[in-house]
Every structure is written in structure tokens, then in C-alpha cells.
Design a binder for this molecule. Sequence first.
Ligand code: SF4
Length: 348
Amino acid sequence: MTARAVALLSGGLDSILAIRILQEQGVEVEALNFRTIFTCCQDDAGKAARDLGVRLTVVSQDDDYLDLLRKPQHGYGRGANPCVDCRIYMFQRAAHFMRQVDAQFVVSGEVVGQRPNSQMRLHLELIARRSGLDGRLLRPLSAKLLPPTWPETEGLVDRERLYGFHGRSRKDLFALAKQFGVTEIPQPSNGCALTETLFSLKVFDLMDHDPQAQRWDFELLKAGRHVRLDARTKIVLGRDQADNEKIDYLYRQQESRATMLLRAHGFPGPTALLTGPADTAAIDFAIGVLLRYSKNYDVDGAAVIVETAGAVTSRPVQGQQVIDDAELVTHGGTPQMRHLRKRVAAST
Ligand code: SF4
């Protein structure tokens, strides 16, 4: 029987090596790349698949991933990354794909103890069990430190030619890469925004204030500077041209939950988007924050274009109050500001 495996391929060195080890043993490999709305750098997986000569399928999360993010059974990592639950979710989809393509087992490049939490030995075993894969999940880089898996006991894979890597050091992995002729070593990065501190603050801010937040709201977190007026109202301002375009694009989506779009007219300033009730106080606040992040405008002639529910109006800047930093903080400010305030309060 020809052994066929599905391998999770992120494009990082570990997943490349895991596939190379299996290929050395004559196993046919189908690669699977899992992406969420928070991951980036997926070109790495495409390039790695081409170099390895394997077929690559990309699967995206469904909306139930957001439930997992809101209430991870196994908690968060250092940021808003629910890695253990996320890995279980990922491997459940890999198990489904394995059955679809008639493969017998799943392979991943995890190394025992390489990452805190999700790659602790206990968690690796838990992930295998909870994903339903159990013994059909093989980690070739650390297999010798883990109980024998089904492909090993069935003789599809020779356990003696697997490895027992452990910990964060990458020296032995580099040596193995050299042995396999892998000359381009990808930079270690999981490309997941949920592990970033500042992004995580925005995620927690959203989940704290809007338990019903949808995919669109999480997409919006990837653009701009987020300033909260109150529990229901938030202003998102572009930091550069790319952000401005993204904000404009998101406003026009069918799923958009924004109530208003604001654009600087006749002066350099951010595009801004308002979520929550667009009452007079919120609009004045939004314009005031937009002016705070604008430059070189002529108070007498400049205007802000306000778009809401299909109607476009122009609001003169004259007479508008600019929100200064002290006021931003009073209103709650950005998630970063609130975080800093909490840290200052905790240390005094
Ligand atoms: S880093 Fe992100 S994508 Fe990777 S396991 Fe953790 S939550 Fe999932």
C-alpha cells in the first residue's frame, strides 16, 4: 500500500522539513495550508510547496473560529492567540481533508517544547486527541519523544528514521535542512496578528465592548488607529494611504456595520469610519479626532465630507473642536492608551 499523508504547510522551515522527512521514506504528501483572517505571509506556503513538488490546498477558517477566539477553552497565549484551540480547530479540518483525499494520516512540523503552550508535550497530545486524529497525527521532527503513531506501528513510516528534536534551539533543524539540500531558510514567523501585543489590545477591546462582533468587525481591526468614544461608539482612522483605502473599502461592503464615513476635503488627513450610533456628539467627536490627526488645513476653507446611509454632506471645519490627546484619554482613547493607563495605575 502506498502511504499517503496530508501535511500542514505554513511555509516555515519546520513544516518543510517534516514533509522532506516523509518524502525520504517514499510517502506521498498533499500539503494543506490553513489561514485565518489574522494570518498573513501565505506566499511562503506556495513557494515551499513548489520547491517540495507537492500539491497545495488552502483552507480558510469559518465564522465559528470567532467563537473559539471569544472563549478559548484552553486560554490565550501572550496576546489574543488561542493557540491550543486554534491547533485543534486546524487539525479537525486537516482530518476532514485527509478523508476527502484518501490519505491515511496527517503530518505537522511541531517540535516538542519549541513554543510555549501549544507545543508543550501535554498539549501536543491533547491536540491530537481533541482533533479526533489521535494516532493518525505524526510529528516527524519530535516523533521519538512521543508515543508511536498509527503509521509507525503499521509500518508505513520507519520510526528509526524520524527525529527527537526538542526545545527552541534551531541548530539541529538547520543541520537537517543542510542535509536535505534546503538552502533557502525561511525566517521564523508565524505571521499571525493575534500574537502581536498592540493588535491583541484591539481584539480584546472589540470583544469586551461588542460580544456580537462579526467577521467584518475583526477585519476592521487590521486597518488604522482605533479610538473609542464610549462603549458603543468607535472611530477608526487611516494611518496612511493603504489604511485609508481599506477603510473606504470596508465601509462599502455589504456586511459593513459602520454608520458613517468621513474624509478630509482639501487638506491631508485620514479617512475615518464611525461604528455605533451616529448622533451629533459622535459626529463632532469623529471630526475632532480626524482634525487631531490632520495637517496644514485652512480653518476658513477646509471641510470634512461625511457619508452616511447613501447621503453625502460637507461639514466646514470652522467651529469644530479639535480633540487633543488629553481629551482622547478622558474619552477612553485607543486600546493602547487604556492599556498604558492600566499599567501605570497598577504600578502606583
Ligand atoms: S499563532 Fe495564530 S494561527 Fe498559529 S496557532 Fe496560534 S492562534 Fe493559530
